[in-house]
Design a protein around this ligand. Structure first.
Ligand code: PLP
Length: 384
């Protein structure tokens, strides 16, 4: 298989697997135990925290381990509203293209009487900063936006949002799940108060992530207990934390070179496809994007059909459109970008990874052209 679905998840790297095994086999004591084994686990956890923090650009004490970014997002939003309540702030402002888990939470909160506003994006997927300005008033507790969109890779103007949020006395939470490992942005230079991250997007294990909480903010727990400085209860998952740390260290070691390589491969992919398939549409083409993500539409071909053909040609990719018994549901991201429902079902995402090479991209181009070309009347068979 040629795996081009790195925004969904990544293969754990050898370093992460090795440290996780060590965590399971040797460091299995409870870090809260006061005996020698517990204390060894406790030291390993502190070390893992510091190593992970160095990729994020935060202090170890600012990092609260969670089960992943979904939980971190919940902790940010629920906590932000809880803190805001004390100041008479009840409003939540999100972008319209947030991760489905966060939008579902916002819908639940709306049902419980909270005011929730969505900041629109333009047809390139760029956040509408004027609309954001109008929405972020003195009753806003928290502004929450993703650093980069998982479907299109379009980057969000988080620094400008931090200014807007802080000017109104609100907090800014950034869902940095797709940023970490795919960008040089760091928490400490972002202006944000809270960052969500997830290990499995950067060759670490699934089931562990973190909410980074800016020093000085005391954050209410979603899960009560004494671990994580009373911010997230439950015996710490040390093997996963070790895997996260190893993956973060590995990522940091070659990050700048990896990003340059990804950008070159992205250009190769997009130029190659465009040359062969004139009917190709590239979402967010004029926006600043992650260097690994290409969200494409081939005429009006349904994503499910395209993905099935690609899979038969050995290429694994995905789409923001969800398949269900009732048919393909349009992507909420593409709908927010102004696409009609028919076309919002047609976008597919090719997301490259650290181990993707030029030959893989050439193979992907050939596979796409062979699989899709005959279905598009305007395609050029010469390059198939
Ligand atoms: N936020 C974004 C932007 C994502 O891309 C994802 C991954 O699917 C998540 C949140 C959820 O992350 P996790 O799988 O760690 O809960």
């Amino acid at each position: 298989w040629l795996y081009l679905d790195h925004n969904a998840t990544t293969q754990p790297c050898a370093e992460a697997v090795e440290e996780m095994l060590d965590g399971l086999q040797r460091l299995w004591a409870n870090p809260s135990s006061t005996h020698a084994s517990g204390q060894a686990a406790r030291r390993a956890l502190a070390d893992a925290r510091a190593r992970t923090a160095s990729l994020i650009g935060c202090q170890g004490a600012e990092l609260v381990y969670t089960s992943g970014a979904t939980e971190a997002n919940h902790m940010a939003v629920v906590g932000g509203l809880e803190l805001g309540r004390a100041q008479g702030r009840q409003r939540l402002v999100l972008s319209a293209v947030e991760h489905p888990g966060l939008l579902a939470l916002a819908e639940r909160l709306r049902g419980q009487g909270h005011a929730v506003d969505l900041i629109p994006v333009d047809h390139q997927g760029r956040l509408d900063l004027d609309a954001a300005k109008a929405l972020i008033g003195p009753d806003v507790a928290l502004v929450s936006v993703m650093g980069a969109n998982n479907e299109t890779g379009v980057l969000m103007p988080t620094e400008a949002l931090a200014e807007l949020a802080h000017a109104a006395g609100a907090l800014l939470h950034v869902d940095a799940t797709q940023l970490l490992g795919k960008s040089l942005q760091r928490f400490d230079r972002s202006g944000a108060d809270l960052w969500s991250v997830s290990a499995h997007k950067l060759h670490g294990p699934k089931g562990i992530g973190a909410l980074v909480v800016r020093k000085g903010l005391s954050w209410p727990a979603l899960i009560s207990g004494r671990q994580e400085r009373q911010r997230r209860g439950g015996t710490e998952n040390l093997p996963a934390a070790l895997g996260f740390a190893a993956a973060a260290q590995r990522c940091l070691r070659t990050l700048a070179e990896d990003l340059a390589q990804l950008r070159a491969l992205q250009l190769q992919l997009e130029a190659g496809l465009r040359a062969a398939l004139p009917g190709l549409h590239l979402y967010g083409e004029q926006a600043e994007r992650l260097p690994n993500t290409s969200c494409l539409r081939f005429g009006q071909l349904d994503a499910e059909q395209v993905l099935g053909k690609l899979e038969r040609a050995g290429v694994l990719a995905s789409s923001g459109a969800a398949c269900s018994a009732g048919g393909t549901q349009p992507s909420h991201v593409l709908l927010a970008m102004g696409e009609p429902a028919l076309l919002a079902r047609a976008g597919i995402r090719l997301s490259l990874g650290r181990e993707t090479r030029e030959a893989d991209v050439a193979r992907a181009i050939a596979a796409v052209v062979q699989a899709i070309g005959p279905l598009l009347p305007e395609a050029s068979p010469a390059l198939a």
